[in-house]
Design a protein around this ligand. Structure first.
Ligand SMILES: Nc1nc2c(ncn2[C@@H]2O[C@H](COP(=O)(O)OP(=O)(O)OP(=O)(O)O)[C@@H](O)[C@H]2O)c(=O)[nH]1
Ligand SMILES: [K+]
Ligand SMILES: [Mg+2]
Length: 443
């Protein structure tokens, strides 16, 4: 018999209400054992007294719910105990459940894994549940919800379905070579494979929009020593995250803060000032700064307005069309302003007085939104999917150049399997441990 599992479904710690969930063939037995009454009507809350089965000790009073299979999250019988969210109450319920024969505590992700194995949702939707629980910002929530509702699963299954039809045509050609199939299959199947290869390529080539949204969009602050990079980071983060001083070369390590910019998750990084390093430590700091510059999704190049008309050459070198150019310290600048640097509009600000900061925040938010807002097409969200899609694309390329229909058919089959692994339609047993291990207990 499948073991019956249980775990708190709510976060550890104190709370108004905590939910303990039980799933498996003995869920109903557990529910009657702790409530000393018959099962409530399916999916209807019942207000009950909960007691320890052996001793009858009073545990709590609260709500219970009964979801008979298959109409539950896991597809199995499920019982839920909604109790007061105190540690002693939760551990009392957990201990009472553990004392029942045939029940054990769930492993991380085990509820979701059972839901997947019982066909309640595909792997992309299971992953989306994890993303939804981890979502910190509105854009992350929107992306996770769309994926949970099957947006990605449908896209990948749709491609797989079309590959299956192409394969059927190829196999017909192999099995009945003498029949008068119109002009041979190469002609029939090839355009379809080409169309699909194009669609997959453009899905792969989306600037990692979906993956960035899951992990955070990286913005690096760059500039000469004392340009005011750390001061700017602190005002944008609204806390003293980085040390500020009048000494050039203060920042060495990269200092990161996490921001929610108009619903988008951003990792803003302060870096060491760019110049000829005075020592090994500073030189390593500058190496890290340039590394951030190379890998950032967006850059903030900070120039010192009090140094105008002088412009720092090393900062100019990092400016490109993914860069917002900031002229800091306008409160103390006496010389004229400068409108453009390397073709980019400059933004006058003062980290000290706050002047221009609202405009800077707005410009940053707009830049993030234009690059990462979903334009209606589903975005690739995980390296796991990317790997499988690249494999699929490579197999398709081989299929299109194969000399014999037998070879083309084999490559189309491989392409289809690669897609099937994303949604979990084929041989994923070896993958499941890896995927569900990242879930927390109770999910
Ligand atoms: N007047 C004025 N001074 C500023 C402004 N922003 C920063 N400063 C001053 O400039 C000096 C350097 O500021 P930091 O934020 O440490 O500069 P930084 O670019 O991080 O410097 P390094 O980490 O050394 O590369 C400090 O004395 C700040 O108080 C500003 O908007 N106006
Ligand atoms: K400094
Ligand atoms: Mg600094």
């Amino acid at each position: 018999m499948v073991p019956t599992i249980f775990a708190p479904a709510t976060a550890p710690g104190r709370g108004g209400v905590a939910i303990v969930r039980v799933s498996g063939p003995l869920a109903g037995t557990a529910l009657t054992a702790l409530t000393a009454r018959p099962l409530p009507a399916p999916r209807m809350a019942a207000f009950v007294r909960m007691t320890v089965p052996e001793s009858g000790e009073f545990l709590d009073q609260g709500l219970v719910l009964w979801f008979p299979a298959p109409h539950s999250f896991t597809g199995e019988d499920v019982a839920e105990f909604h109790v007061h969210g105190g540690r002693a109450v939760i551990s009392g319920v957990i201990d009472a459940l553990a004392s029942l024969p045939g029940l054990r505590i769930a492993e991380p992700g085990e509820f979701s894994r059972r839901g997947f194995e019982n066909g309640k949702f595909d792997l992309t939707a299971a992953e989306a549940i994890a993303d939804l629980v981890d979502a910190d910002t509105a854009a992350q929530r929107r992306q996770a919800l769309r994926q949970m509702e099957g947006e990605l699963g449908r896209l990948y299954d749709g491609w797989r379905h079309r590959l299956t039809r192409a394969l059927a045509h190829l196999e017909a050609d192999i099995d009945f070579p003498d029949e008068d199939l119109p002009e041979g299959v190469g002609v029939m199947v090839r355009p379809e494979l080409e169309t699909m290869a194009g669609e997959i390529a453009s899905h792969l080539n989306d600037n990692r929009r979906g993956e960035r949204l899951r992990d955070g969009i990286h913005i690096a602050i760059l500039g000469a020593p004392n340009a005011g990079k750390s001061s700017l980071l602190n005002v944008l983060a609204r806390r003293e995250a980085a040390i500020v001083s009048e000494r050039a070369g203060t920042t060495r390590d990269v200092v990161e803060v996490h921001l929610d910019l108009g619903g988008f998750p951003v990792v803003l990084a302060d870096t060491a000032g760019l110049r000829e390093a005075a020592d090994e430590i500073e030189s390593e700091g500058i190496r890290r700064a340039l590394d951030r510059a190379a890998n950032a999704d967006l850059k903030l190049a900070v120039f010192d307005a009090t140094a105008l008309p002088e412009l720092d050459a090393q900062t100019i070198a990092v400016v490109d069309d993914q860069t917002l150019v900031v002229l800091n310290k306008v409160d103390s600048a006496s010389g004229g302003m400068i409108q453009q640097i390397v073709g980019q509009q400059t933004m006058p600000v003062s980290a000290r007085t706050g002047e221009g900061l609202a405009d800077l925040l707005q410009a940053l938010t707009d830049a993030v939104r234009t690059r990462f807002e979903a334009p209606g097409v589903p975005a690739l969200t995980r390296a796991r999917h990317r790997g499988a899609l690249e494999e699929c694309a490579a197999s398709l390329q081989r299929a299109m150049t194969a000399d014999l229909p037998e070879l083309a058919a084999e490559d189309v089959r491989l392409a289809s399997r690669a897609l099937g692994r994303i949604t979990g339609r084929v041989d994923v047993e070896d993958l499941l441990d890896v995927i569900f291990r990242d879930f927390c207990i109770g999910k």
